[in-house]
Design a protein around this ligand. Structure first.
Ligand code: URA
Length: 210
């Protein structure tokens, strides 16, 4: 992956995304679809995990065969909606280490403020995948990446379900080194910061909190 933004246009991803966008889709179905679509996106974003050769015995003969190399991947959920994507990635990479970043928006300054941060050790030696379904303004995503870099991360990817052009531009400006993988680049943000056409509030839809 050399592009800053990768849109995964696989038919299964696009089909599941359509079901998720539909406002008639139930909470349980939304969560299940997010889990499944994350598995497919995770397949794409882990394409460049380093591998080495291991000598093994098949029932037929000895061979050198590829195996993941280096430190375990670090998966970081941006709370709270990022949690809906954790298990989908962990299905594919069960030994990944998991961290959490919690940010809220200060109503006066409109800037993201950290309320929780817990990351795996030795971030500098790991591929780090930050997950948040919605890349909207990009402010909290960029702030979360700032925190990961302060903690030592150098090889970071950002996995989301939907991205707004404004969020992609903000991330590109703040973190041009961070590759973004998404299922869709939507049209725009509305005046309230929601992605259009989008799918509404991802956290509310996955946790049933509306
Ligand atoms: N967060 C959401 O959950 N939905 C949006 O449309 C934008 C940000």
């Amino acid at each position: 992956m050399s592009e800053h933004l990768t849109v995964v246009d696989h038919p299964l991803v696009q089909h599941k995304l359509t079901l998720m966008r539909d406002k008639g889709t139930s909470t349980s179905e939304f969560r299940r679809l997010l889990h499944e679509i994350t598995q497919l996106l995770a397949y794409e974003i882990t394409r460049e995990l380093p591998v080495t050769q291991k000598t093994i015995e098949t029932p037929m003969e000895t061979m050198d065969s590829p195996i993941l190399a280096g430190k375990k991947l670090a998966l970081v959920s941006i709370l709270r909606a990022g949690n809906g994507m954790l298990d989908g990635v962990l299905d594919l990479v069960p030994s990944a280490r998991v961290g959490f970043v919690g940010l809220y928006r200060d109503e006066e300054t409109l800037q993201p403020v950290q309320y929780y941060f817990k990351a795996p050790k030795e971030l500098a030696d790991r591929m780090v995948i930050a997950v948040d379904p919605m890349l909207a303004t990009g402010n909290s995503s960029a702030a979360a990446i700032d925190l990961l870099k302060e903690a030592g991360a150098t090889n970071i990817r950002f996995l989301c379900l939907l991205a707004a052009p404004e969020g992609v531009a903000r991330m590109k400006e703040a973190h041009p080194d961070v590759q973004i993988v998404t299922a869709s680049l939507d049209r725009e943000l509305n005046e309230k910061g929601y992605i259009m056409p989008g799918l509404g509030d991802a956290g509310d839809r996955m946790f049933g909190t509306k």
